[in-house]
Design a protein around this ligand. Structure first.
Ligand SMILES: Cc1ncc(COP(=O)(O)O)c(C=O)c1O
Length: 372
């Protein structure tokens, strides 16, 4: 219902936005369908739980939470700088990588600027652009992959920011070093590139994957997160790397006390826990081919993934709705992708072996009726 007396308070471009709808939480599905066991493979979280060292670090930090956090986040920024052979001045922290993306949009974007991305990618970027009164320009994916040539063709005098997501959420595909090199050659040096590498830890072994930290282009801001491979989605901690001039300006608008003390501690603990990271990567290495094998067996179209999720491709939005609803009733939560610009597709996160098995069992059960 609209409260017309407040209309004049809300700018048009905010009125046109829709609140974000996240994947359903486990408790909601348990209550709604009276289920004990629910498997959530909808939000690309880490099914191994948080890193044990991160848990310990958070617990140890709790005695300090009557104090404000270190506004510079220096210990964690230093640890990240050491890991990637950078200076502290090249690192920014935020409440999730999405928090940093919002700093970027607030720092660099003016109403008259254009921003450019792909149609079917992480929706956060497009929402943040609209919240700044900027309508994003987007180009179609090509066979579910970022089409960097088409993006470069769409650059205009007004283009200020290009958002690239590699590997791309929700398709799991990535653009290669050769494609990225060609794109950078065509890119005017005044344009800022947000390179969202939320799933870097799952892609880094692919020989063709362009690890942006090895590129060090002054116009590229790399975003990474502790939410996925490090299992810390709930504490909200992400980080970015960029030229110190850009980072200095981001710090002007950054909320000074973000991220909080437990989040900074969790990040430090998780960074030290290389064993947990290796286990997570191994779980994914086992899980992806398991899904491929069964998707092949079930005749379900998909794209090979360089992330911790897989894109399932059906014929229509109706099929996806039916699949989602029937799986939900059986206690398996996957993600329909209408909001991501792919209404005929859904996304499954790779979980533990038993979660993956349950997901395939349920898929097998519901697919015949879904296909009609
Ligand atoms: C590509 C991409 N970027 C950013 C995010 C947000 O991550 P964070 O939890 O670090 O804000 C996500 C989360 O799903 C994502 O998939």
């Amino acid at each position: 219902m609209t409260e017309t007396r407040f209309d004049s308070l809300i700018p048009d471009y905010i009125q046109r936005l829709e609140p974000y709808v996240a994947g359903k939480p486990i408790w909601e599905v348990q209550e709604e369908f009276q289920l004990q066991e629910v498997v959530k493979l909808a939000s690309n979280e880490n099914s191994l739980g948080p890193s044990p060292r991160a848990i310990q670090a958070v617990q140890d930090s709790l005695v300090d939470i009557h104090r404000y956090p270190d506004t510079g986040g220096l210990r964690l920024r230093q640890a990240l700088a050491d890991l990637y052979d950078l200076k502290v001045e090249n690192v920014v922290l935020g409440s999730g990588s999405e928090g940093i993306m919002s700093y970027i949009m607030r720092t660099f974007l003016d109403r008259e600027d254009e921003v450019l991305t792909a149609d079917a990618t992480f929706v956060g970027f497009q929402v943040m652009a609209r919240a700044r009164a900027v309508q994003p320009v987007s180009v179609p994916l090509k066979d579910y992959r970022f089409d960097l040539e088409a993006l470069a063709d769409r650059i205009t005098e007004r283009t200020k920011i290009v958002y690239l997501c590699n590997p791309n959420n929700p398709t799991g595909t990535f653009f290669t070093k050769a494609e990225f090199d060609r794109f950078l050659e065509r890119l005017p040096s005044r344009i800022l590139v947000i390179l969202d590498e939320a799933y870097y830890e799952f892609a880094c072994d692919h020989p063709d994957f362009p690890d942006s930290m090895k590129y060090r282009h002054d116009q590229v801001i790399t975003l990474r997160t502790f939410s996925k491979a490090y299992g810390l989605a709930g504490v909200r901690i992400g980080y970015g790397f960029a030229h110190d001039f850009l980072i200095r300006n981001l710090h002007k608008i950054k909320l000074p006390f973000e991220p909080g003390i437990p989040a900074q501690a969790a990040g430090l603990g998780a960074l030290e826990d290389r064993e947990f990271l290796a286990r997570t990567q191994e779980m994914n290495r086992q899980g992806l081919p398991f899904f491929y094998k069964h998707f092949d067996r079930l005749g379900l179209e998909y794209r090979p993934s360089a992330a911790n999720f897989i894109l399932g491709i059906l014929k229509s939005k109706d099929q996806v709705s039916a699949l989602y609803g029937e799986m939900l009733r059986r206690g398996v939560i996957v993600r329909p992708l209408e909001r991501f610009g792919l209404p005929h597709c859904f996304r499954v996160t790779v979980g533990t072996e038993s979660e993956n098995r349950r997901c395939v069992e349920v898929l097998e059960e519901v697919l015949p009726a879904v296909r009609g």
